[in-house]
Design a protein around this ligand. Structure first.
Ligand code: ADP
Length: 226
């Protein structure tokens, strides 16, 4: 469970990015966060990834306040949260296989686990045939599918997907959204930010709408309303 408890974030003493945000996300939910540019979506995700600290309020993962975790606890928490970004963030000099293996090495997994789990993760995103290709040999949609395989390979509880389809054409957007749905169906919580109205409307899942740092709508099976 993720819980934002009356979180306010003010940058430089005067730029209010989040104002008194309370938000609860249950395990297994698929939640999309929408809002105009500047609404506070990135700030919300940054706080959840402990890349920044709230000015007021607290963020909880299960019963832990994530901004108070000790270093080793924070490392463990980060391994429970997979991330996917608009710009893929693959290592350019590593193959698809090596990009995913690298994430497993960083999590301290054994060679045997890596040899078993990397192909499995690639099969979940339907990319076993591109295992030995480098990022520059892959299309945008394929790169994002490698990034998704990397995000799920350590079996996180939560996937945070920040505008994952922002650089993709409609067909690849559809495929990436289908894969996120599949991951969610397998039990992983998904938190998605997107500007894509079609994605939101086709998902039929919970939609949280933000405006100027506040949550202004929270619909169980929402549509894109801005
Ligand atoms: P979104 O992701 O919805 O576009 P952001 O969370 O990036 O919104 O930004 C929310 C507000 O906080 C905006 O007014 C933005 O200018 C401000 N902001 C975000 N990051 C910073 C920062 N590092 N320093 C100052 N202001 C920031």
């Amino acid at each position: 469970m993720i819980y934002f408890d009356r979180v306010t974030k003010v940058y430089n003493g005067n730029a209010v990015a989040l104002e008194d945000v309370t938000l609860s996300i249950d395990p297994g939910e698929f939640v999309s966060i929408v809002g105009h540019s500047g609404a506070g979506k990135s700030t919300l995700l940054k706080l959840l990834l402990v890349e920044d600290y709230p000015t007021e309020g607290a963020v909880y993962f299960h019963s832990s306040e994530i901004h108070s975790l000790r270093k080793h606890e924070l490392t463990a928490y980060r391994q429970r949260v997979g991330t996917i970004f608009q710009d893929f963030r693959l290592l350019p000099h590593k193959t698809a296989y090596e990009n995913i293996a690298f994430a497993m090495e960083a999590a301290g997994r054994s060679d045997e686990e890596i040899a078993a789990d990397v192909p499995h993760a690639l099969s979940l995103v339907d990319l076993e045939d591109k295992m030995w290709n480098f990022p520059h040999e892959l299309s945008g949609g394929e790169k994002q599918r490698v990034a998704i395989a990397r995000a799920i390979v350590n079996q996180p509880d939560v996937i945070i997907a920040d505008e994952p389809t922002g650089n993709l054409d409609p067909i690849n957007t559809y495929e990436v959204v289908q894969i996120l749905k599949k991951i969610n169906d397998l039990g992983t919580t998904v938190l998605l930010t997107t500007h894509n109205k079609g994605v939101i409307d086709s998902l039929g899942k919970r939609v949280v709408t933000m405006d100027r740092g506040r949550i202004v709508r929270d619909d169980a099976t929402g549509r894109y309303v801005l």
